[in-house]
Ligand binder design. Sequence first.
Ligand code: NI
Length: 201
Amino acid sequence: MPPIIRSTITYIEDLFRGNAGGHDAAHSLRVYRNAMKIAENEPEADPEIVALAALLHDADDHKLFHTENNANTRSFLAENRVPEEMINQICTAINAVSFSQNRGKTPSTLEGKIVQDADRLDALGAIGIARTFAYGGEHGRPLQESVQHFHDKLLLLKDTMNTETGRQLAKERHAFMESFLRELQEDLLRLDQEVLLHRSL
Ligand code: NI
């Protein structure tokens, strides 16, 4: 592992310490892993920009930090002697990810597209299920409300992927979520019927 990647992992672990919930260092590491998997099939992409943008994509997240102009990312990378041009490319990729999440736009650079796919993949499959219910629990949401979140948002993500590898991985994770939701609905229905039966006795 290149030293800059190792330092970045240490940096985000410190940065997110004490931040439980969806956006923590573990999320960033999974996005990094997803992004590298996608980048293997995208020879035009710069793997170092992909890696650093993936690891740092939440380092200036507005919900967690009150920084302007990617200040956390920029100062960390500058301290580690990453050239300014590269820092700008990394920030472009990061900003495209969060910008497009808000406004439904596609990132303009390939590195941004890869990191966006990688971030969306972490909302899908077993991890997506775990994160949705963890978030729901944290916010006191009833089970059905978390289930609704799958239909409103997560089940739509597979059609928004930018890369072929991202699409393929999303398809597998989507299928897993669908079968989980089917099973869950059956169990909930069964429970409802048992409760009704119980009441009529
Ligand atoms: Ni993220």
